[in-house]
Design a binder for this molecule. Structure first.
Ligand code: NDP
Ligand code: A1CAB
Length: 267
């Protein structure tokens, strides 16, 4: 499959990393910044250019990987050269009706990926325009499967929903890991030791949650010996509203996705 990424930033790099690990794809990147093209060529053997190709064809897959605020301008430039290529948009917020209007084509699949795609452990939510064929859906899914788990969403609003869990979620997890590293350093470990302890603890806890038949809350309670150390830590988290804040933050994230859709999908 020939796959062209427009925008070679963080998220495109992560998906290209997943595709390169899988192998067998021809990957081209259109990116303003030459240093990003050089890096993607060195890391993953992707070809690159700073301007759009003169013509795509119906066999091409074009992945729109620029910031949502840059998408309208890109789509308007892309419309005359698209020639019926399948478009996959990974932009947060921007709705199919706007993309269709700007591109003059409805052969579009929206995808909400996440950055662990880079190591093949991504999660991607997909939703296709009604005009996209079964083969188009299959092609989009094949691209994203190289990056990890794929989930088809029941409606387009599902893209806003999944953004606040898996799309933005890696940042929440990194935030928690950062906090654990900070605690480790405060307790007297070196930064490197604290990092290793935090990562290994996350790894182990995730694997246990995956393999255990018990609910996650029960696994947590199993760590909390009565009158012991963990109980004290969780009591502080609860008193400070940590869980409530994480849930509220995720809802703010979803609201922002909807708001961006309203703000940026109008013209
Ligand atoms: N980062 C993430 O975890 C996730 C991001 N997304 C979505 O992915 C998209 C990209 O995000 P991210 O990778 O973080 O953003 P980045 O800013 O890292 O990457 C976008 C890149 O595209 C370049 N660019 C913009 N317009 C053009 C153009 N017309 N032609 C060529 N290159 C262009 C930008 O260059 P310049 O800066 O010079 O304009 C920039 O290098 C966003 O729409 C975001 O919503 C979705 C899920 C997760
Ligand atoms: O923060 C953002 O807007 C993008 C979308 C999901 C993750 N990063």
């Amino acid at each position: 499959m020939r796959i062209t990424f427009i925008g070679g930033g963080n998220m495109a790099g992560a998906i290209i990393g997943g595709l390169a690990r899988q192998g067998g794809h021809r990957i081209h990147v259109v990116e303003h910044q030459q240093d990003k093209l050089d890096q993607l060529a060195a890391d993953f053997g992707a070809s690159g250019s700073q301007t759009l190709p003169e013509n795509f064809s119906a066999d091409d897959v074009v992945v729109l990987a620029v910031k949502p605020q840059q998408l309208r301008e890109l789509c308007l430039a892309l419309a005359p050269v698209l020639n019926g290529a399948l478009v996959v948009s990974i932009a947060a917020g921007i709705r199919l009706d706007a993309l269709g209007r700007w591109l003059g084509s409805r052969r579009i699949v929206r995808v909400m990926p996440n950055t662990p795609a880079m190591v093949g452990k991504g999660v991607s939510g997909l939703y296709a325009d009604a005009a996209a064929s079964a083969a188009d859906r299959e092609a989009a899914e094949t691209v994203m499967r190289a990056a990890g788990l794929t989930v088809w969403l029941a409606d387009e609003a599902g893209i806003d929903d999944i953004t606040c869990v898996s799309g933005s979620g890696p940042a929440y997890v990194f935030y928690f890991i950062e906090s654990m590293i900070e605690a480790g350093v405060k307790a007297g470990f070196s930064e490197a030791q604290a990092r290793e302890l935090a990562l290994a603890t996350f790894d182990g806890a995730v694997e246990l949650a995956r393999q255990s038949p018990l609910p996650v809350a029960e696994l947590r309670r199993n760590v909390m010996s009565k009158g012991g150390t963990t109980e004290r830590a969780i009591a502080r988290f609860e008193a400070e509203g940590v869980k409530a804040a994480i849930v509220a933050g995720a809802m703010d994230c979803r609201d922002r996705s909807i708001e961006m859709g309203r703000e940026l999908s109008q013209e």
